[in-house]
Write a protein that binds this ligand. Structure first.
Ligand code: MG
Length: 373
């Protein structure tokens, strides 16, 4: 195992679990967290949840599962270089999207609108709810009983009104403190992963063209490098060689810049991390390039009319499901009816958020198509 920096999170300086458990043998507390996440039901469902493209649109696009694995891979490499806790970064990365609804952001926005008068719906908060409450696997507690630092990393954003109800893990949103460096890192690994795989999937789907992307500086300068090295290269191979270089540049820049910021902050230990500004980040040049790429993806991919049409169907499906269940809870499967009696509309949101894309599509048919049962 690589050696941890004094400001890294470790089993020794962890704030521990909500329910005390014996220390694991043969693995660290954070390896145990990662293992619990991998064995959870919500994790398996990520395979059939949309990132940008709806699950049935093609077999080659990223799903939330492959996205989460890419985030973990990028996060682990950077963590090792910075002497941070690789297992914690991996655990956060694998869990960060567990609370996502079916149909990506369109699904999330629709469910948030449906829940407006019942406290709203935030996918970050829902990811925490999955690991704290919804997973039913253990005899002595609900959820997975993960360590504080894993839970803190999962809760990337949180509105103040919600943070007040969360106790320890919500505190930093009220006191304006930073999370661990591992949590900061998982967040940026997420950004590296989705920007690059959305370029790849966007090109593969034909929704964006290579010529359009050539206006974006980070893409065009890596494309030029590849062409110089391989004058004959074209097609998928050209794209892959370009995208992998973009990822390399971003990872190397993140390591270099973060190491410099950490050194300059003269951190004595983990508590100092919480008081310091955000220390994991890109250099200014690369940060601006990332912004440019993000804007390009927003304008040309996420707002593409074909994506908009699919998002519209997704919204319609979520709204119809929600309205049906909230006007008559007897339409819910029996176990969810019981939860509805306890948690009200939150139980409907939990049921819908837990659905995979294809389950939601099927459930819609079962409710509204007269020939289905
Ligand atoms: Mg993500």
């Amino acid at each position: 195992m690589h050696e941890f920096a004094p400001y890294a999170v470790s089993s020794a300086n962890s704030r521990g679990r909500r329910v005390q458990e014996e220390s694991p043998s043969g693995r660290s507390e954070f390896q145990r967290d990662r293992d619990r996440i991998i064995h959870s039901t919500a994790f398996r469902r990520l395979e059939y949840k949309t990132q940008v493209f709806v699950n049935h649109e093609g077999d080659l696009f990223r799903t939330r599962l492959t996205h989460s694995l890419e985030v973990a891979q990028i996060g682990r490499s950077v963590a090792r270089n910075l002497h941070l806790n690789e297992d914690l970064v991996e655990a956060i990365a694998l869990a960060h999207d567990l609370g996502h609804t079916p149909f990506g952001h369109a699904g999330q926005d629709a469910l948030n609108d449906c829940m407006k008068s019942h406290g709203g719906f935030e996918h970050n908060l829902q990811s925490l709810r999955v690991v704290d409450v919804l997973e039913e696997r253990y005899g002595s507690f609900d959820g997975l009983n993960l360590c504080f630092e894993t839970r803190e990393g999962i809760l990337k954003h949180c509105a103040k009104k919600n943070a007040r109800k969360l106790g320890d893990v919500g505190e930093r949103f009220l006191t304006n403190q930073r999370p661990s460096l591992e949590a900061q890192l998982a967040n940026l690994a997420d950004e590296i992963a989705y920007n690059n795989h959305d370029v790849d999937d966007g090109l593969r789907s034909g929704l964006i063209a290579q010529e359009q992307l050539e206006q974006v500086s980070i893409f065009s300068r890596h494309l030029a490098m590849v062409r110089k090295l391989y004058p004959e290269i074209s097609g998928r191979r050209l794209i892959h060689e370009t995208v992998r270089r973009m990822i390399n540049t971003l990872v190397a820049d993140l390591i270099r810049q973060s190491a410099a910021s950490i050194a300059a902050a003269r951190l004595e230990g983990l508590p100092a991390v919480r008081m310091a500004p955000l220390l994991i980040g890109f250099s200014e040049k690369v940060r601006l390039e990332q912004q440019e790429l993000k804007k390009f993806l927003r304008d040309h991919l996420y707002r593409h009319y074909q994506v908009a049409r699919m998002s519209n169907k997704a919204r319609h499906t979520i709204e119809m499901l929600f309205n049906a269940f909230s006007s008559d809870a007897r339409l819910l499967p029996p176990e969810h009816q019981l939860k509805y009696q306890q948690d009200g509309h939150q139980a409907i949101a939990d049921y819908i958020a837990g659905m995979t894309d294809r389950y939601a599509i099927r459930e819609y048919r079962r409710l509204f198509a007269i020939e289905e049962s």
